[in-house]
Design a protein around this ligand. Structure first.
Ligand code: GCB
Length: 594
């Protein structure tokens, strides 16, 4: 599925803006077929945005169930004879779409796009009603999982096994697009370096191809043609390529043309970065050079918008990454907006791309998140059906992001249970699915403290060891000397038993901005600085450690909890992106690293 774009043969119309909106508090909309007429009420809310924080109403903020969005759309009159598609970049966590009275699409999973072909249903110049029901419920069969409980007063309440707030709605753009009936449905690009030359292997899928053929042209950033090819798949050779590198996101443009004789039938232009990624022993190589990750686990989380994409906020976050000397981030804990990956490609920021599989672990926090005494993998909890949904989430992530040079590593889950045989049975087919979907990039998952090297049953399936550790915070609270010892001995154990690159994908401490303490008491800015410093000293002593990603880039909203004060405060920046003391300390370290 290609991202919408304008080209000589394609047009797009973004449907962002204010849509009619109704919270279906009584859960009657589907039965009453609300898509058949104008939605009740007068509320309008913006797309893209989470709906939760917009209306200052707990019934909206904490709603569990369906919400409805609707607007009318003119099908551009110039689109006669074209294929007409509506595309949703994200509907969290699932949606059904109607055009007029016709049901046109249904999708499970809150962070990957889906489309519907409307060609047979609409006429150019016609005005149509577009209605979407979005459901935010997390269950044992959703990724991420959760449970909906009915409280004593009859209200439905959502529980889940991760801390970040369950924002929902149409979080990203909605598009109406035209393509020719004969069109490029997909393009895949894999790059390599061979004796100093860049190789760009492409393969194109054309729908309703008939007698058409495919021709490609690769241009450099100045627009100069550097290679040409023809056929559905082939390899282009670029002499003296300018490589895509961390810190320098050089991109070529691959123009893919579908032609019928001399007539241009369809054109799509795909940005391409020439680079290689490889794991070699304990080293993580980009273009054959050892790469050390410095950066953050992030969230898509800002005031008012919640998880809704915002270009201004994105550009500012990348500017802060540059300011602090970061070279990478992880899309914790779900696939981010496609604009973010495009921007990372251009800025030369390295991305660990994660699915929304977070909280597959009922042991965390001794049931702090409601796990209680349940077993994580069982017929009553996370089962084969969940695994199917998880597999599709991996496949959809790879299908969406496979052509981004910034993406160097897939993370198929965050902190799942991984110390049991059941966990291995669950994950083995998922690793296989990820490798089938993309044989070119390393694959991993993020390990948590219950599964140290002698207990983890899943790590040997991964190419890299990604671990989150909170020595000095959730354990050894306030005791950094002990935290240092325990961290070092665990990291050394990983290095001795696994001989793979080790990436610390989370470490950090909650910190109230403005709370100061001469003896670095927990929650103070001084303690956050001291804790990060201790970790860095340990990392610098262990060769197999190839990266440090602090938890978190910024403070973020969470579900209500007695261990959170106005959200998770492990940000190095506050939620409104002001640096804490730790930001300056990290900047000194990271700008000073080779
Ligand atoms: C973790 C999770 C992350 C949490 C973090 C914390 O291990 O991966 O989602 O926010 O800990 O601060 O507790």
């Amino acid at each position: 599925m290609l991202r919408p774009q304008d080209s000589p043969t394609r047009e797009t119309k973004r449907l962002d803006g204010l849509w009619r909106f109704v919270v279906d508090s009584d859960g009657v909309g589907r039965e009453q077929e609300w898509w058949r007429a104008a939605l009740p009420g007068t509320v309008r809310i913006p797309v893209p945005s989470s709906y939760n924080d917009l209306l200052v109403d707990p019934a909206v903020h904490d709603h569990v169930g369906d919400v409805w969005y609707q607007r009318s759309v003119f099908i551009p009159r110039g689109w006669a004879g074209q294929r007409v598609v509506v595309r949703f970049e994200a509907a969290t966590h699932r949606a059904v779409v109607w055009v007029g009275d016709d049901r046109v699409a249904e999708h499970e999973g809150g962070y990957t796009p889906f489309e519907a072909d409307l060609t047979a249903l609409v006429e150019p110049g016609q005005e149509v009603r577009l209605t979407v029901v979005v459901n935010n419920e997390l269950t044992w069969q959703s990724i991420p999982p959760g449970i909906v409980e009915v409280a004593a007063d009859g209200r439905r309440r959502q529980h889940y096994y991760h801390d970040f707030f369950n924002y929902a709605g149409l979080h990203r753009s909605v598009w109406l697009c035209s393509t020719p009936p004969t069109h490029l449905a997909d393009v895949t690009v894999v790059t390599d370096i061979d004796a100093g030359a860049g190789l760009v292997r492409y393969s194109a899928v054309v729908e309703e191809a008939g007698a058409t053929t495919v021709g490609v042209v690769l241009r450099d950033a100045q627009g100069v043609v550097v290679a040409e090819g023809s056929g559905d798949g082939s390899t282009l050779r670029v002499a003296d390529p300018e490589l895509w590198q961390p810190g320098r996101g050089y991109l070529y443009d691959l123009q893919v043309d579908v032609v019928d004789g001399s007539r241009l039938v369809d054109r799509y232009v795909l940005p391409v970065g020439i680079r290689t990624v490889e794991v070699d022993g304990t080293r993580f190589l980009i273009n054959g050079n050892p790469f050390y990750f410095r950066g953050f686990g992030k969230h898509e989380d800002i005031e008012v918008h919640g998880r809704g994409h915002d270009d201004a906020a994105m550009v500012h976050d990348f500017a802060l990454l540059g300011w602090i000397g970061a070279n990478s981030f992880r899309t914790s804990h779900y696939p981010y907006a496609e604009e973010v990956l495009d921007h990372a490609d251009r800025q030369g920021i390295v991305v660990i791309d994660e699915t929304a599989a977070v909280g597959l672990n009922l042991g965390i926090g001794g049931g702090m998140f409601g796990g209680g005494s349940r077993t994580t993998f069982s017929d009553e909890t996370i089962d084969r059906r969940t695994q199917d949904v998880h597999r599709r989430a991996i496949e959809e992530l790879v299908a969406r992001d496979k052509n981004h040079p910034s993406v160097v590593l897939w993370s198929i889950a965050n902190e799942p249970e991984s110390h049991t045989d059941a966990a291995r049975d669950y994950f083995q087919p998922l690793f296989a699915a990820a490798r089938r979907a993309d044989p070119t990039r390393p694959v991993g998952f993020v390990n948590m403290m219950f599964a140290p090297p002698d207990k983890c049953t899943v790590s040997d399936l991964a190419d890299v060891i990604m671990i989150n550790r909170y020595y000095g915070w959730y354990s050894e609270t306030g005791d950094l000397a002990l935290a240092e010892r325990n961290l070092e001995s665990e990291l050394r154990a990983w290095a001795e038993t696994h001989a793979k690159p080790i990436l610390m994908t989370e470490y950090g401490a909650d910190t109230m901005a403005g709370l100061h303490s001469a003896d670095a008491a927990v929650w103070s800015e001084e303690y956050q600085v001291a804790l990060l410093d201790v970790y860095h000293q340990v990392f610098d002593r262990i060769d197999a450690v190839v990266g440090e990603q602090v938890w978190n880039f910024a403070d973020f909203a969470t579900a209500p909890s007695i261990i959170r004060v106005g959200g998770n405060r492990k940000g190095v920046f506050t939620r409104d992106r002001r640096p804490k003391m730790a930001a300056h300390a990290l900047r000194r370290r990271w700008l000073g690293l080779p």
